[in-house]
Design a protein around this ligand. Structure first.
Ligand code: ADP
Ligand code: TRP
Length: 334
């Protein structure tokens, strides 16, 4: 069976963009693929500098996957830092990766551009973890030899870089690494946030999926709209409320909202109320499971340890092959 693999950084509690863009497609994919889903705690270290916070956020992300229906007997759920072989492969890949390729990475370039705009040193505030981020991500993907990687559109460049690194490695040392493909479903590639821009923790415009109902309603009410009155016909394609609603409501309810917008008579307040209800029925039951699971760290540890064993069983033999090909010594016995 082919391998699907994806990761999520524990940098905050998962939001609707993560869920629609990546988590839900990944859970669906797990029916047809052997799935490896992990918590990218080393990646989160580029921004989270508090150990207790990183640990808590990692448990949180694990609990979210489990509450949303990930079955740990069928899907291998693990923590990146349980697989030290990944950081080792990061070094090996770094040695065949041109620095110029990393200079073009979106996240790094965005920091440099912002620094230039503010007349600061171009690399001010940039740590080497941020610069090397795409190489660590390539190692995550290449070590378990993933075939497909379900992600949102913002990860497309990282996947292209991973392909470049795998091809460069294979050209130098022989056909050892599997070249993966991104899976980015068109209709959920970029989910919009409260302000109409891409929903992202870094923009502060997210709808956290497991907030309590009162907070969830408040957040939905903050969605930015124009000031047109209810009677005026509106284009649902340009409306943030509908753009979210269509992914969480039953299809007939979604077409009904679109029709009422187009006909005139549907006001933003009413539409927000309907979105809130749809979110509540999508996430309410899972929220209860989440609250039970997140408090049971021993159980999460047990699941993650099982996942780590399974993924290391794939990673270690491949790393042995890689060590042999590049000419360093075999792995020391563990
Ligand atoms: P954030 O941008 O909020 O920091 P992450 O980088 O942790 O989110 O993203 C985790 C996964 O969720 C990635 O696969 C990413 O592409 C996907 N994702 C994040 N935000 C969105 C969005 N607005 N639309 C679609 N997918 C998204
Ligand atoms: N970079 C991804 C993000 O920001 C998270 C990630 C780390 C990842 N390693 C990965 C995603 C490997 C897919 C495969 O969302």
């Amino acid at each position: 069976m082919k391998i699907a693999l994806t990761g999520i950084k524990p940098t905050g509690t998962p939001h609707l963009g993560n869920y629609l863009g990546m988590i839900r497609p990944a859970l669906n994919l797990a029916r047809d693929y052997e799935a490896y889903y992990f918590i990218a705690d080393y990646h989160a270290m580029t921004t989270v500098k508090d150990g207790a916070e990183l640990r808590a956020l990692s448990y949180d992300v694990a609990a979210v996957w489990l509450a949303l229906g990930l079955d740990p007997a069928r899907v291998t759920l693990y923590r990146q830092s349980d697989i030290p072989e990944v950081t080792e492969l990061t070094w090996i890949l770094a040695c065949i990766t041109p620095k110029g390729l990393m200079n073009r990475a979106h996240a790094y370039k965005a920091s440099v551009d912002e620094n230039r705009e503010r007349d600061r040193d171009p690399d001010a505030g940039v740590n080497m973890g941020l610069f090397n981020y795409p190489i660590l991500m390539a190692a995550d993907i290449l070590l378990p030899a993933a075939n497909v990687v379900p992600v949102g559109a913002d990860q497309r460049q990282h996947l292209e870089m991973t392909q470049d690194m795998a091809e460069a490695f294979n050209a130098t040392y022989g056909p050892i690494l599997t070249v993966p493909e991104a899976i980015i479903p068109d209709d959920v590639a970029t989910i919009v946030g409260l302000d109409g821009r891409k929903m992202s923790k870094s923009y502060g415009n997210v709808i956290p999926i497991f907030d309590d109902p009162k907070q969830l309603r408040k957040t939905v009410m903050r969605i930015v709209t124009d000031s047109r009155p209810p009677d005026e016909p509106k284009n649902p394609e340009e409306d943030t409320i509908y753009q979210l609603y269509r992914h969480v409501a039953p299809p007939e309810a979604a077409s009904s909202m679109a029709e009422r917008y187009l006909a005139g008579g549907l006001g933003y307040g009413t539409a927000k109320g309907e979105l809130y209800e749809a979110l509540e029925s999508t996430f309410g039951p899972a929220r209860e499971r989440y609250q039970e699971i997140v408090g049971d760290r021993a159980e999460i540890d047990r699941i993650l340890a099982g996942g780590a064993d399974r993924v290391r069983a794939r990673a270690v033999p491949l790393l042995e092959k890689i060590r042999d090909a590049v000419g360093v010594c075999p792995l020391p016995a563990r």
